[in-house]
Design a protein around this ligand. Structure first.
Ligand SMILES: [Zn+2]
Length: 475
């Protein structure tokens, strides 16, 4: 039996946008705002279970090591046993929902840096197929299931990898369970993936993202989770009410044949990955008021990397979720207890990435933030294409124009977000009513493009919004 009505969700609130009139023309400004409040999303968030996450993480740690070159034949130890278990877990969710299918991305690496002999790597994933089908959009929720000990080439010692990255792998599995349990029916496809070979050099994600690029897959977001399990840092700080979200800046903007330095037009903070990060922040604020996305405007921590970088490399928006305070004694360390002098006292220090340091109720909140983002993106209308800010003459206002290939079908309208150049978040917007015109142009007469950054988002009739994107200067 279906738990929810087929028409996806939402309550549509009609409220006045009082401020809109002062920014633009009277015509074209809506007095309606569409707001998303949804029983189905609340149910999705509620379905995510601390107990499931704990049991997945314990199981992953129980394989002893998940080193990329560890045993593949044993049923209890090594990376082979781990990936077969992950696959069986995903497989069990196909019973929940026939639109969920399980896949392997299997490839062999020759001897290369951090790979001492030819080694087969397997990314394991499930796809919840949406109405758009294979040529449609994709949202990715990812973690990596390989682990490591102190020596990166040590493929036999225990490397439980409970936090790095049992936490992110458990999260991807649990998100798949939750989406299929409530029979969520997205428009875009949602991929839940556990990558291989991250520790040896992002090999699994690099293979997946490069293949996706070759196939021209329209991946609109990679939500990558790596070290999302502990609430207590090695610095003694305990925080459980937020997660860090890392995003890369703009490196280069291409307009037709022209390459443009983003800093030249003040767009360095408006890369697709950073707009995705803001999207995560804004929706978390609405749906998860006690759990915050702390945006970090850099691709990753110093000296570290992650699978989102593979997506970035191939031109896809991608961010990394990581716990607020890390404990380096618990990462990339052999499991051992040593006696050390701390503040003049002898103490026993436990090293190693053990399940006892993972707080599954914290992972559950990170899983909720991922699932919320993926759910909203997967039912949002496609982002407007060819969004341009016209710079063909000196003028006081800002004209923005974009294509409307669906002629307004399924679209309530568009939001033009804006903020001052020194603000981190969108601080206001105007709502532009849906139109049947093939190209829409809107003039924000009182706002100078010299002083603001703009972001254009499509708003569906269901209330869900696309990720805003900064319109490129055009003539
Ligand atoms: Zn990791």
């Amino acid at each position: 039996m279906r738990l929810f009505s087929k028409a996806f969700f939402l309550t549509i609130l009609i409220v006045s946008v009082v401020s809109a009139g002062s920014f633009g023309e009277a015509q074209g400004i809506s007095t309606q705002e569409v707001s998303t409040t949804t029983a189905e999303i609340k149910s999705l968030l509620k379905t995510i279970s601390t107990d499931s996450l704990k049991s997945y993480d314990n199981t992953l740690a129980s394989f002893g090591t998940r080193h990329t070159m560890s045993d593949t034949l044993s049923s209890t130890r090594g990376i082979g046993a781990a990936r077969r278990w992950i696959e069986s877990k995903f497989q069990s969710f196909t019973k929940n929902d026939p639109n969920f299918k399980v896949y392997e991305d299997r490839f062999t690496l020759d001897k290369m840096p951090r790979i001492s002999r030819p080694t087969t790597l397997v990314n394991v994933y499930g796809i919840l197929w949406g109405k758009e089908g294979v040529s449609g959009r994709y949202v990715v929720i990812s973690g990596h299931y390989d682990s490591r000990a102190t020596d990166i080439m040590d493929d036999t010692s225990d490397a439980p990898g409970a936090d790095d990255d049992g936490s992110g792998s458990s999260l991807a599995i649990e998100a798949a369970r939750a989406f299929t349990t409530i029979h969520f029916q997205p428009d875009a496809n949602i991929i839940f993936i556990c990558f291989a070979g991250e520790e040896q050099g992002l090999y699994g994600s690099n293979h997946f993202a490069s293949e996706a690029r070759k196939k021209n897959m329209n991946i609109i977001a990679d939500l990558n989770n790596d070290i999302v399990g502990a609430i207590k840092g090695g610095n003694g700080v305990v925080e459980n009410n937020m997660v860090r979200v890392f995003s890369e800046g703009y490196k280069e903007i291409t307009i037709g044949e022209r390459k443009l330095n983003p800093e030249f037009i003040g767009y360095e903070n408006d890369s697709p990955s950073r707009e995705l990060a803001r999207y995560i922040f804004t929706n978390a604020k609405q749906f998860l008021p006690t759990f915050k996305a702390q945006l970090i405007f850099r691709q990753d921590r110093f000296l570290r990397g992650g699978d989102h970088a593979s997506f970035n490399k191939y031109g896809y928006a991608g961010v990394r979720f990581t716990e607020p305070n890390e404990d380096y004694n618990h990462q990339h360390q052999d499991v051992r207890v040593t006696t050390e002098m701390v503040d003049g006292k002898e103490v026993k220090v436990q090293y190693g990435d053990l399940p006892e340091f993972v707080d599954s109720s914290y992972v559950a909140n990170v899983c909720r933030m991922n699932s919320l983002t993926a759910a909203l993106l997967s039912v949002s209308p496609p982002a407007p294409t060819h969004a341009e800010m016209l710079v063909d003459k000196l003028e006081y206002g800002t004209r923005i124009k974009w294509d409307n290939p669906s002629h307004g079908k399924g679209i309530a309208g568009w939001k033009i977000y804006f903020r001052k150049t020194d603000e981190p978040f969108w601080s206001n917007y105007v709502f532009v009513n849906s139109s049947t015109d093939p190209v829409v142009e809107y003039n924000l007469k009182k706002l100078s493009k010299d002083d603001y950054i703009f972001g254009l988002a499509a708003v569906g009739t269901n209330g869900a919004e696309s990720i805003p994107e900064a319109p490129l200067p055009g003539r």
